[in-house]
Write a protein of this length. Structure first.
Length: 331
């Protein structure tokens, strides 16, 4: 079945044998929820396998897609979900079946190529990542480096955006990557709305290192959630650690420890990320001057906002606004 011809960005999800179920579902879930103010979808998402037939899934079932590899040549973006390292020969001796290799050869010619989790192995096997920055699941970093020493692997990040080739870390980092792409394509407002529809955070600061050794906190509720919500409504005000701890009804020491356990960040790191995100949203959705945006986001001055925005996204407020809000005031 061909892609629709209504002008939407065409996303093809190429599913290899041994696909991880969560990775498989992420692209369609995120991109199908990215819509304009009238509710129209920005993306058309289709799923295919290398031969159009069913593939084995780690969840104990097979996946039968609607499409075969013929849609890959039409796609604006091709995404490859993660693959089980227990199943695919790809992770044992580097072998790909002839059918898989043929499909990947078409896929890697797409204008934009993305991998989720261990699918970075497939891209590296095709030579796409040689000399380029990339990431994959932290658990397989040593194996990846031995196999593909020419790849500039960064094991500490949630995803790597190298322009036309993007890779993500393990499993849920595929959500971060897909939301990042929506943000890059259509701005923070659309990405944030998609994140809310998916009931996930619109972004996560920090990298994979926060997950490597520290176990997931017990499911006994978030002790610092109320303080975070309290702070979000006061980003335009000075907020210090003592005030956040009081909002959580904890000592500063206990609050700091629990906050890091629950978010992977210090309170100050989290607050800075919230301020930057709010500033980005104001730059995209309002005509407020940079000085006003800086005050409303809690940076105080345009100089401070420029420094933090440049450190985070690599551009000035005026450049960011021109990119995501055509025709807006940039003074």
């Amino acid at each position: 079945m061909p892609f629709p011809t209504d002008g939407r960005h065409k996303v093809a999800v190429l599913v290899l044998d041994g696909v991880v179920p969560l990775d498989l579902g992420i692209p369609a879930q995120v991109f199908n929820t990215a819509r304009d103010d009238a509710g129209r979808r920005h993306y058309a998402v289709r799923t295919c396998t290398p031969d159009g037939g069913p593939v084995w899934c780690t969840g104990g079932f097979k996946v039968l897609p609607d499409d075969g590899p013929e849609i890959l040549a039409e796609a604006d973006t091709v995404i490859i979900p993660g693959i089980s390292t227990d199943h695919a020969a790809l992770f044992v001796d580097g072998d790909l079946t002839a059918v898989e290799r043929a499909a990947l050869a078409v896929a890697v010619r797409a204008p934009r190529l993305m991998s989720i989790c261990t699918a970075a192995f497939a891209l590296a096997e095709m030579g796409v990542l040689d000399g380029r920055p990339a990431t994959t699941h932290w658990f397989y970093v040593d194996r990846f480096r031995r196999r593909f020493p020419r790849v500039l692997l960064d094991p500490d990040v949630l995803f790597v955006d190298d322009g036309d080739v993007l890779t993500s870390a393990g499993v849920a980092a595929g959500l971060d990557l897909c939301l990042h792409v929506v943000r890059r394509d259509h701005g923070s407002e659309v990405a944030n709305r998609a994140a809310r529809r998916c009931v996930v955070q619109p972004w996560r600061d920090g990298g994979q290192s926060q997950f490597i050794e520290r176990p997931v906190p017990a499911a006994n509720g978030s002790a610092t959630a109320a303080a975070r919500e309290w702070a979000r409504h006061r980003l335009h005000e000075p907020i210090d650690l003592d005030a956040m701890a009081r909002a959580a009804r904890m000592s500063v020491r206990t609050f700091t420890r629990r906050f890091r356990e629950e978010t992977g960040l210090s309170p100050n790191q989290w607050l800075l990320a919230e301020r930057v995100e709010h500033a980005r949203l104001l730059l995209e959705t309002t005509d407020l001057g940079v000085d006003t945006v800086a005050r409303r986001a809690g940076f105080g001055t345009a100089v401070s906002l420029r420094a933090h925005l440049h450190r985070t996204v690599g551009v000035s407020p005026a450049t960011y606004r021109r990119t995501f809000r055509a025709g807006a005031v940039t003074a």
